[in-house]
Design a binder for this molecule. Structure first.
Ligand SMILES: *[C@@H]1O[C@H](CO)[C@@H](O)[C@H](O)[C@H]1NC(C)=O
Ligand SMILES: *[C@@H]1O[C@H](CO)[C@@H](O)[C@H](O)[C@H]1NC(C)=O
Ligand SMILES: *[C@@H]1O[C@H](CO)[C@@H](O)[C@H](O)[C@H]1NC(C)=O
Ligand SMILES: *[C@@H]1O[C@H](CO)[C@@H](O)[C@H](O)[C@H]1NC(C)=O
Ligand SMILES: *[C@@H]1O[C@H](CO)[C@@H](O)[C@H](O)[C@H]1NC(C)=O
Ligand SMILES: *[C@@H]1O[C@H](CO)[C@@H](O)[C@H](O)[C@H]1NC(C)=O
Length: 541
C-alpha cells in the first residue's frame, strides 16, 4: 500500500474491496466477558486530596451490561507504577507554571508494600505463573465437547493479560538510576514526568504491543485518510499502522482493535449540507461499521468497545464518536480536539497533535535559529476564529511594542514561518476548536509555544511535562501577555527553548516511522490506555 508515501495523498484512490473473510470464525457464543478497570481505592497515598487520579488507579462506574457479574476492581498492586495525576494548579504568581491541568507521572510515593502483599486477590489477578498454569489447564480442557471456542479464547486472553501484567510490573519497577541502554534515544530530563518509566513502558510497547486492524470497509471512507493538510494525522496513522510491525492479523493476539475510518473522509464523502439532519448519515456510517464488526467478531461485545480505538483530527471527530454510546464512553478516542468540556477523558482518551503537512511532508518545516537570533518577543498570525483570538488581537494587534507581532493577516512580503523562526515565543490560541497546528509549528521552528486554551489536554501529556517547554497563559491573562513573557528570565527561556528542540522528535512525522516519533508516541499513548483496562473471562471468576 502506497499510503502516505506519496506526497500527494492517495486520498482519491479508487475503491477496492478490502472486505475479506477471516480464515476462521469463532463461534458466536454468548460469552460475557467482564471488563474490570484497575483501581485502588484502598490506599491513601494514591488518592491525595487535591488530585484527581486517573488512568492507572481510576475506578470507573460499572457499566450496565456488566451488572450480570461486575467484579470489584482487583487490588493486586501491579499497576501503581505511574501515579498519573491530574493536578489543578492555581494561576497565581507563578505564571509560567500556570498550566490549568497538569498530568503528572509521578512515582516518588512508593506504595506501601503491604498493599501488594496482603491484598486479597481475585483469581484472575494471581501471579503470572499461576495464570499460565490456569491457561494450560483450559487449553487441556479444549477437548471437552462443551465449549472449545470459549476455552481457546480465554486462554489467549489470559496469556495476553498475563503478559500485560508483566509489563505493568516492569514499568512500575523502572528505576530512575538505572538507565536502560538504547541505541537511538534515552529519554531523560525534565521534559518527562518520569523518563525511566516512560522508557520502560516504550520498550514494553515495542516488545509486546499488537493492534488488530479490522479489514472490513472500503475506500475511500475506510483504510484511507488525508496525509496532507491539518488533518494529516488521520491518513498518516492509518497507513502507517497498516504496514507496521505493531499490526497483527490474528485478532486473538491483539491488545487493541482499530476502527480504521477517517472522520475527514466521512465528512468529505458523506456530509450533505442539504440533508435535514446532517449528522445522521455520517453517524450512521460509523455505527453501521461498528455493528458490522461486532456481529462478525466477538471482540467488540466482549469488552463493549473498551479495547477498541478510533483516531480523528477533524473538528467533528468528537461528535462522530457519539455515534454509539460505547464508542464515546468506553473506547479509546485518539483526538486532536482533546476538549474536556466535550467529554474528552484523559484517563481513557488520547490527545494527538494536529500537524499541518502542506505537501504531506515535513521537508523544510523543521529547524530554526538559536535563542540569541530571535529578536521578536512574541508572534501570532491567523484568522479570528473562536472567542480567544479576537481578545488576543484586540489587545495586541498594532501594538506599539515592536517586539510584539500579533496579526490577523501578515503583509504579503512577510513569511509566516520566517517570523516564527525570528520569534522567542509563539502564541497558540484555540480557534473554533481547541486543536491547532501552531503548537507543533512552534516546536518545529524552535519557538517556545504559548498555549492560550481552555479545557485542553495537550498531546502526550501522559508522559510529557508541557510546563517544561511551553508557557500556558489563562485566557483571562491575555492583557498581560507581554509582561508575563518578559517576566520569564533569559536563562529559563533558553532552557525551555532547548527542551522544545529535544521534545521535537516526538512530534516529527517520518515517511517511514522512526522510533519515538509521533506515530510511535500515539501508539504509546494507546498502549498506556490499554494497560488501564483488564479484560476478564467469566470463567476466571
Ligand atoms: C504451576 O505449574 C508448576 C509446574 O508447571 C508447578 O510447579 C506449580 O506448583 C503450579 N502452580 C500452581 C498454582 O498450580
Ligand atoms: C504449559 O504447557 C506447556 C506445554 O503444553 C509447558 O511447556 C509449560 O511449561 C506449561 N506451563 C506451565 C506454567 O505449566
Ligand atoms: C454482539 O451484540 C450484538 C447486539 O447485542 C449482536 O447483534 C451481535 O450478534 C453480537 N455479536 C456477536 C459476535 O455475538
Ligand atoms: C455515556 O454514558 C452515559 C451513562 O453512563 C450516558 O448518559 C451517555 O448518554 C453516554 N454517552 C453517549 C455519547 O452515548
Ligand atoms: C514589507 O513591505 C513593507 C512596505 O510595503 C515594508 O515597510 C516592510 O519593511 C517590508 N517587510 C519586509 C520584511 O521586507
Ligand atoms: C470545547 O467544548 C465546549 C463544549 O462543546 C465548547 O463550548 C467550546 O467552544 C469548546 N472549546 C473550543 C475552544 O472549541
Amino acid at each position: 500500500m502506497e499510503g502516505c508515501r506519496k506526497s500527494v495523498c492517495s486520498w482519491w484512490k479508487t475503491a477496492s474491496s478490502s472486505t475479506r473473510l477471516l480464515g476462521f470464525m469463532l463461534p458466536l457464543m454468548v460469552v460475557s466477558v467482564m471488563v474490570v478497570l484497575m483501581g485502588y481505592n484502598s490506599s491513601n497515598w494514591f488518592f491525595d486530596s487535591g488530585f484527581y487520579p486517573w488512568a492507572w488507579g481510576s475506578v470507573y462506574p460499572p457499566r450496565a451490561p456488566f451488572s450480570q457479574g461486575f467484579v470489584p476492581p482487583p487490588a493486586d498492586g501491579g499497576i501503581d507504577a505511574f501515579q498519573w495525576r491530574q493536578t489543578v494548579v492555581g494561576g497565581g504568581g507563578e505564571r509560567e507554571e500556570a498550566l490549568v491541568v497538569d498530568y503528572n507521572l509521578h512515582r516518588s510515593a512508593a506504595p506501601p508494600l503491604s498493599i501488594q502483599v496482603s491484598a486479597a486477590e481475585p483469581p484472575v489477578t494471581k501471579k503470572n505463573d499461576d495464570l499460565m498454569n490456569a491457561t494450560n489447564k483450559s487449553s487441556d480442557s479444549r477437548v471437552l465437547p462443551l465449549s472449545p471456542g470459549i476455552n481457546r479464547r480465554f486462554s489467549n486472553l489470559q496469556i495476553l493479560e498475563a503478559k500485560m501484567q508483566q509489563s505493568r510490573t516492569a514499568i512500575r519497577d523502572a528505576r530512575k538510576e538505572s538507565v536502560i541502554h538504547d541505541p537511538d534515544y534515552v529519554p531523560s530530563g525534565p521534559i518527562y514526568w518520569n523518563p525511566s518509566a516512560f522508557h520502560r513502558s516504550y520498550l514494553e510497547m515495542e516488545k509486546n504491543f499488537k493492534v488488530f486492524v479490522y479489514e472490513e470497509g472500503e475506500h475511500p471512507i475506510f483504510h484511507n485518510g488525508p496525509c496532507g493538510s491539518i488533518y494529516s494525522m488521520e491518513g498518516n496513522f492509518i497507513y502507517k499502522l497498516e504496514i507496521s510491525k505493531f499490526r497483527t492479523r490474528d485478532p486473538e493476539k491483539a491488545h487493541v482493535f482499530f476502527l480504521p475510518f477517517s472522520v475527514t473522509s466521512i465528512v468529505h464523502f458523506i456530509f450533505d449540507k442539504n440533508s435535514r439532519d446532517h449528522w445522521l448519515p455520517m453517524k450512521q456510517t460509523v455505527s453501521d461499521y461498528v455493528e458490522l464488526v461486532a456481529a462478525k467478531y466477538p471482540y467488540w461485545n466482549r469488552s463493549l468497545g473498551s479495547d477498541h480505538f478510533m483516531l480523528s483530527c477533524h473538528d467533528w471527530g468528537p461528535e462522530l464518536s457519539k455515534s454509539l454510546p460505547e464508542l464515546f464512553n468506553n473506547s479509546i478516542r485518539a483526538l486532536c480536539n482533546a476538549n474536556t468540556t466535550e467529554g474528552f477523558k484523559p484517563s481513557k482518551d488520547v490527545s494527538i497533535p494536529e500537524i499541518n503537512l502542506p505537501g504531506g511532508r515535513t521537508n523544510g518545516l523543521i529547524g530554526g535559529p538559536s535563542p540569541s537570533r530571535r529578536p521578536v518577543l512574541v508572534f501570532f498570525a491567523g484568522g479570528l476564529h473562536g472567542p480567544i483570538r479576537p481578545a488576543l488581537l484586540e489587545h495586541w494587534e498594532n501594538s506599539k511594542d515592536k517586539d510584539v507581532q500579533i496579526h490577523q493577516y501578515l503583509p504579503k512580503n512577510v513569511s509566516y514561518s520566517a517570523l516564527m523562526r525570528k520569534s522567542k515565543y509563539c502564541v497558540c490560541p484555540s480557534g473554533y476548536e481547541v486543536a491547532s497546528p501552531r503548537m507543533v509549528e512552534a516546536l518545529y521552528t524552535g519557538c517556545v509555544p504559548v498555549l492560550v486554551k481552555d479545557h485542553y489536554v495537550p498531546p502526550f501529556s501522559d508522559v510529557l511535562n508541557w510546563k517544561s517547554f511551553a508557557v500556558e497563559i489563562p485566557v483571562g491573562d491575555i492583557p498581560n501577555l507581554r509582561n508575563i513573557l518578559l517576566g520569564i528570565s533569559t536563562r529559563q527561556y533558553i532552557r525551555m527553548q532547548r527542551r522544545g528542540v529535544t521534545v521535537r522528535r516526538h512530534f516529527e512525522v517520518n515517511l517511514t516511522p522512526k522510533r519515538y516519533d509521533v506515530f510511535h508516541m500515539i501508539l504509546h499513548s494507546i498502549w498506556l490506555r490499554r494497560l488501564n483496562v483488564r479484560l476478564h473471562g467469566v470463567e476466571d471468576l
